[in-house]
Design a protein around this ligand. Sequence first.
Ligand SMILES: [Zn+2]
Ligand SMILES: [Zn+2]
Length: 134
Amino acid sequence: MLTHLESRYLLTIYREGLSSEYVKPARIARLFKVKTPTSISILQNLVLKGYIIYMPRVGVKLTSEGVDYVDNLLHKHRVLERFLHDILGFTKEEAHEESSRIDFFISDKFAECLCRLLDTPEYCPCGFRIPHKH
Ligand SMILES: [Zn+2]
Ligand SMILES: [Zn+2]
């Protein structure tokens, strides 16, 4: 099991890793506005849990378990965004912010049922593809 903060670290490693595969702990520390040793201790937990690999002096990268985890979280995040935007009338920005608060806490079942209710949408309101496993 991951903590909410650890899930945010994985999302950040995923996003930052799109441009340069390995992400430096100091860069992650800057993005989370913490000192590098603080980010390193969280990264070490993620290594122990099998979600990232850590190459000294090179940086961190998601393992395939890490990529699966992020895909599942992005599914929850983006399906919730669609619901908040399309059904409840939130703006794109509001939908993103609200979804970021709750995506981690909803079950896979809830996300899947909500997704089907919305007709398995292809994109979130911001235009990113929604990764469906079902
Ligand atoms: Zn979005
Ligand atoms: Zn789906």
